[in-house]
Design a protein around this ligand. Structure first.
Ligand SMILES: CC(C)(COP(=O)(O)OP(=O)(O)OC[C@H]1O[C@@H](n2cnc3c(N)ncnc32)[C@H](O)[C@@H]1OP(=O)(O)O)[C@@H](O)C(=O)NCCC(=O)NCCS
Length: 202
């Protein structure tokens, strides 16, 4: 695949929206270099609608299935649910790169707190296929755990298909303490932001 080609702006049926809400947590923005590539991690915002559609267009069927557990599509209402975040209850961090003067979202990691117990919540992560295997998922997940800790989240859980090899790998590589449970149809990972993994025996 020629990853240098400039993709056209998609016709999404989504209006341009004002970029930054008043309570946008810009202090959770971080620039870093991952394997020679400049990457920005930042909270998602309503101005990301088109970038999210473009990210979704890069997903293989396997990526969609591993992330959403079914072969979903991304209609405008659904895109908006992803980009309109109540930052007090949820966090969604994008990994972004600049190419040919355009910002491209390469991946998204998010958590949503439980209403009854906001110290814990559900998490999910996805990286577009063309960017997988470059260390972005590992760094983005680590950063999600760091932000979660700062925001007072003590435990995040996420479901992972039994045949998903990459997700357990990046959770382990995050260095953060986790538990893995077999719930019959998939793995349930519980991760404890702020707590580090015990060194492995041997
Ligand atoms: C999981 C995911 C986010 C990882 O993103 P990524 O940017 O490719 O992650 P990284 O490059 O940081 O690391 C991937 C690791 O998985 C390993 N891996 C990938 N596919 C693998 C496979 N089939 N078997 C074994 N290991 C595999 C890679 O070798 C790498 O480990 P290493 O650095 O020790 O070699 C990405 O694969 C994805 O979006 N998958 C679909 C969505 C998903 O599964 N989400 C989790 C449930 S919500």
């Amino acid at each position: 695949m020629n990853t240098d080609a400039v993709p056209p702006i998609p016709q999404t049926g989504l209006d341009e929206e004002p970029a930054l809400p008043e309570n946008y947590p810009s202090h959770h923005t971080r620039d870093l270099e991952i394997k020679g590539h400049q990457v920005r991690f930042r909270p998602i915002h309503p101005g990301d609608n088109h970038r999210m559609v473009m990210l979704f267009d890069t997903f293989s069927m396997e990526t969609i299935y591993h992330r959403f557990f079914s072969y979903v599509r991304m209609p405008p209402e659904r895109v908006k649910r992803f980009t309109h975040v109540d930052y007090a209850l949820q966090m969604a961090l994008v990994a972004e790169e600049e190419r040919h003067g355009q910002q491209h979202i390469m991946g998204v990691a998010r958590y949503a707190r439980e209403k009854d117990n906001p110290a814990q919540g559900e998490m999910a992560i996805v990286v577009g296929d063309r960017w997988q295997g470059r260390g972005i998922g590992t760094e983005l997940l680590k950063y999600l755990f760091e932000v979660a800790e700062k925001e007072g989240v003590a435990m995040l859980y996420g479901l992972v298909h039994f045949d998903n090899r990459a997700a357990p790998r990046i959770i382990r590589k995050s260095g953060i303490k986790f538990k893995k449970k077999d719930n019959g149809t998939e793995w349930r990972f519980e991760v404890f932001p702020g707590q580090t993994q015990e060194p492995e025996a041997g």
